[in-house]
Design a protein around this ligand. Structure first.
Ligand SMILES: [Zn+2]
Length: 677
C-alpha cells in the first residue's frame, strides 16, 4: 500500500456481556451503503474488544465469542460488504486491556512494585487492568491473530493499547534476572519495559508477515513520540490518536504530527465524532470542529480518521454518518492537492520529549509554548530530535529544556559552520549535569544557579502564584521592535549568565528591589523594578541568539505577548525572509506543502477558533470568515499560476524576486491555494 486512504473511520465496539442481541440489527447493505454515502473509504472493525469478547465465529476460541452475539459472522459480513464497495477494513485487536482474560488469568496481569495489578481496582467500573506481554498471554494472542489471518480477508491490523510498562510480574522479574538486570531498580524496570514492548511489536510484526506480506500494521498507545523512532520498522504507518475533546486538547495533534511525519512512514490523524471522548454514545461533535480537525490533518500532511462506536445492536447510526459525510465529501474534493504532499519547512524545533518523557496530557510546556508562538507567527516548522537531519533547516530552536551532550554540541556546531542559525532559551545548551554550557556557540557562560527560596529550593524556571522571584527585561533596538523601551515582566526566573567575549547583549535583565518573601514584599504580586541592570537577558553571537528566561514555558503558562514578540523578532533577525507571511490575524493557521510530481506548492489557510466554553473542553461552533487575506510566499522558481483550489479560481499574483504575493478574497474555514511553477 503506497498511501493510506484519506477518509477513515475507527469503529469502536467494546460491548458488555450483559447486553443481549449483539449485532442482531446489523444489515450489511445498510452498513456499507451508509459508509459509502459518507465517502468513507476505510473502516477499522472489531475482532476482539477490551471486554475480551470476539465478534467473529472463532473455532479456536469459541468460549471467547461474545455470549450474545446474534450474528456470529458480524466481522466477516462487515468486511465483505465493505470490500464489495471498495472500502478497506483493517481489523481491531486489543492487546493490554482485556477484561475477560484479566479475570480468568490473573497470573498474566502486569503488577506494580507492590505486587498489585496495574489498572482498574476491583470495585471500580472499567476494563483497564494491564496484561503483561512477557507472560504466556502472548501465545493466545498469536493463535488469535493467526486464526484471523487464516480465516478472514485481512487488510491490516490495529493493535490497541501497546505501551511500555513498569512491570514486576514474575515473568518480567525472571527475564530481567536472566539478562543480569536488577528488578528492584525502578529505572532498570522502566528501561526493560520499553525493551519488552519494542521486542513484542517486532516479534508480532514478523509473525503477521508469515501470513500476509503487505497488510497494514499499527500499534496504538495514544501518542507517537520520540520513543517510536527506534521501532518504526515494526509499523507500516502511524495513527495519531488525538481527540481534542478527549483529553488530548487542540495542541496535541500539531505537535505529534510535526514530529511523526519525519519518521519515513505515512501518518493518519485520528479524532472522534464524540462530543467528548471514546464511549460517549449518542453525542455529536460540532460539524465546524470536525471540519477543523480533519482539514488541519490535511494541512499538516496527514490522512483523516474519525472515531465512532457502533451500537450493540449492530445498526450503524445514519445521523453520525450525515455529520461524517458532510466533512468527508469536502476532504474528497481536496485530496488531489494532498496526495503525496510533503511539508515545506525551514525551522527545526528540538523536542524536550526525548529527554523528559511525555504521556497523554503531559506534553512538555516548552513545546506547547513554542508551537503556539510559531503557528501564531505563521512559520513553517518541524519538531525534531537529536537524530534528525539538521541540514534541512535554516534555523534550529532549543526551547527551554534541551540538554546538550558533547555529540549533540558537535552536531549543532557543524550545522552552524554550514551557515545555520540557532535560537536557544533558558537551560537549553547546558550540558547534562547543568554545570556549564556545552553549546559554547551560544556565546554565554553560566555564572551561578541563581537565587534560592528561604528553604534552599532553587527558584530558576519555577512558577510562583504571585511571581515571587520575577525580574524584568528591557527590550531595545531590533529585538524590541513593537515593544515600548521599558521593563517587561519575566514571571519565571531565568539562568544567570554572562556574555562570552565577542557576544552582543541585545537586552538586559532589570532587577526588582527584592524578591517577595515573608521578610519583605510589596503589594499583591512581584516587587517592581529597581531600575538597576542585572545580567544579560538576550545575547547574540553571530548566527545564534540566546534567551536567559524560559520564554516558551512562560508562554504556555499565561501567554505574555511580549515573550512571543521578542522570540519572533529574534527569528526575524536570523530569518529575514521567512517562507510565508500573511496579513491575517494570529488565529489564522498557515502551512505550505509541496507536491513534487505536480510541480506545485499548496498553501493551506485555516481559520477556526477553539474557545474554552466549559470547564472540560474547548469548543468550536462558528466559522468566522476572513476577507482579502494578503499572503506572501518565498519561492525558488518562476510562478506560472496561483489559484484557489479545488474551486479553480485563478488569483492575481505578483512575483518580486523570490517572493510571490497574492490576496485570498474570502476564507471560510479552510482554503487551499495552489502555486504552480
Ligand atoms: Zn510483566
Amino acid at each position: 500500500m503506497d498511501q493510506l486512504p484519506f477518509r477513515q473511520i475507527h469503529l469502536d465496539f467494546h460491548t458488555s456481556e450483559d447486553i443481549e442481541g449483539v449485532g442482531a440489527e446489523f444489515d450489511p447493505e445498510e452498513f456499507a451503503g451508509t459508509l459509502e454515502r459518507a465517502r468513507v473509504n476505510s473502516i477499522t472493525c472489531f475482532a476482539r474488544c477490551h471486554h475480551g469478547w470476539m465478534y467473529y465465529d472463532s473455532q479456536a476460541f469459541p468460549e471467547r465469542v461474545h455470549p450474545h452475539l446474534a450474528n456470529r459472522n458480524l466481522l466477516r459480513e462487515q468486511i465483505e460488504a465493505c470490500h464489495a464497495r471498495d472500502i478497506r477494513v483493517p481489523i481491531y485487536v486489543t492487546i493490554q486491556w482485556d477484561h475477560l482474560t484479566a479475570n480468568e488469568h490473573p497470573e498474566w496481569l502486569a503488577l506494580d512494585e507492590r505486587g498489585c495489578p496495574i489498572g482498574t481496582p476491583p470495585y471500580e467500573a472499567g476494563f483497564y487492568r494491564r496484561l503483561c506481554v512477557n507472560s504466556p498471554y502472548v501465545d493466545f494472542l498469536k493463535a488469535h491473530v493467526r486464526e484471523l489471518l487464516e480465516t478472514l480477508p485481512v487488510d491490516g491490523f490495529f493493535f490497541d493499547i501497546v505501551t511500555p510498562l513498569d512491570c514486576s510480574c514474575r515473568y518480567c522479574r525472571t527475564r530481567m534476572e536472566a539478562q543480569g538486570l536488577e528488578p528492584a531498580d525502578a529505572r532498570a524496570r522502566r528501561r526493560f519495559g520499553l525493551q519488552t514492548i519494542n521486542e513484542f511489536k517486532r516479534d508480532l510484526t514478523r509473525f503477521v508477515r508469515r501470513f500476509s506480506p503487505d497488510c497494514s500494521i499499527f500499534y496504538n498507545a495514544g501518542h507517537v513520540g520520540t520513543r517510536h523512532r527506534e521501532v518504526a520498522d515494526a509499523y507500516t504507518h502511524f495513527e495519531l490518536e488525538t481527540l481534542p475533546s478527549g483529553g488530548w486538547g487542540y495542541m496535541h495533534f500539531p505537535i505529534t504530527m510535526r514530529y511523526a511525519r519525519n519518521l519515513g512512514i505515512d501518518c493518519l490523524g485520528q479524532t472522534g465524532k464524540f462530543h467528548t471522548s471514546w464511549g460517549d454514545f449518542h453525542s455529536f461533535k460540532n460539524a465546524e470542529a470536525l471540519q477543523y480537525e480533519c482539514f488541519r490533518m490535511l494541512a499538516l500532511g496527514a490522512k483523516c480518521s474519525i472515531g465512532d462506536q457502533l451500537h450493540p445492536s449492530g445498526r450503524i447510526d445514519p445521523h453520525v454518518y450525515d455529520l461524517v459525510g458532510s466533512v468527508y465529501a469536502e476532504v474528497e474534493k481536496k485530496e488531489p492537492w494532498c496526495q503525496r504532499a510533503k511539508p515545506v519547512t525551514e525551522i527545526g524545533v528540538f523536542t524536550p520529549e526525548e529527554f523528559h518523557s511525555a504521556e497523554i496530557g503531559g506534553l512538555p510546556p516548552a513545546l506547547m509554548g513554542i508551537t503556539r508562538m510559531l503557528e501564531e507567527g505563521a512559520h513553517q516548522f518541524d519538531i525534531i530530535d537529536t537524530q534528525s537531519d539538521l541540514s534541512r533547516y535554516a534555523v534550529l530552536v532549543l526551547p527551554d529544556t534541551i540538554p546538550v551532550s558533547q555529540p549533540l554540541a558537535r552536531k549543532i556546531e557543524a550545522y552552524l559552520e554550514c551557515g545555520g542559525a540557532v535560537i536557544a532559551s533558558f537551560e537549553s545548551g547546558l550540558d547534562e549535569t547543568q554545570s556549564e554550557f556545552a553549546l559554547t556557540a551560544l556565546g554565554v557562560r553560566l555564572i551561578g544557579e541563581g537565587p534560592r527560596e528561604l528553604d534552599g529550593t532553587p527558584v530558576r524556571g519555577r512558577h510562583y502564584e504571585r511571581a515571587d522571584y520575577a525580574d524584568y527585561v528591557l527590550p531595545r533596538g531590533e529585538i524590541g521592535r513593537g515593544l515600548p523601551e521599558t521593563e517587561h515582566a519575566m514571571y519565571m526566573r531565568g539562568v544567570e549568565v554572562e556574555p562570552a567575549p565577542g557576544s552582543q547583549v541585545l537586552a538586559d535583565v532589570i532587577v526588582p528591589y527584592f524578591p517577595r518573601t515573608y521578610r519583605h514584599f510589596c503589594s499583591h504580586r512581584q516587587t517592581p523594578s529597581s531600575g538597576q541592570a542585572g545580567g544579560p537577558a538576550i545575547v547574540q553571537r553571530g548566527r545564534t541568539i540566546y534567551f536567559a528566561h524560559p520564554i516558551f514555558c512562560q508562554y504556555d503558562r499565561n501567554a505574555p505577548r511580549w515573550c512571543k514578540t521578542l522570540f519572533l523578532n529574534a527569528l526575524d533577525i536570523l530569518l529575514p525572509e521567512p517562507l510565508l507571511r500573511h496579513g491575517g490575524p494570529t488565529t489564522l493557521r498557515a502551512t505550505v506543502n509541496e507536491q513534487a510530481a505536480e510541480t506545485r506548492w499548496v498553501v493551506h489557510l485555516l481559520h477556526y477558533i477553539p474557545e474554552r466554553r466549559s470547564q472540560d473542553i474547548d469548543v468550536i461552533e462558528d466559522v468566522i470568515p476572513l476577507y482579502d487575506v494578503h499572503v506572501s510566499v518565498r519561492v525558488s522558481g518562476e510562478v506560472t499560476s496561483v489559484a484557489c483550489v479545488p474551486e479553480g479560481q485563478a488569483l492575481a499574483y505578483e512575483q518580486k524576486g523570490n517572493r510571490v504575493g497574492f490576496v485570498v478574497p474570502e476564507l471560510v474555514g479552510h482554503q487551499m491555494v495552489e502555486i504552480r511553477f
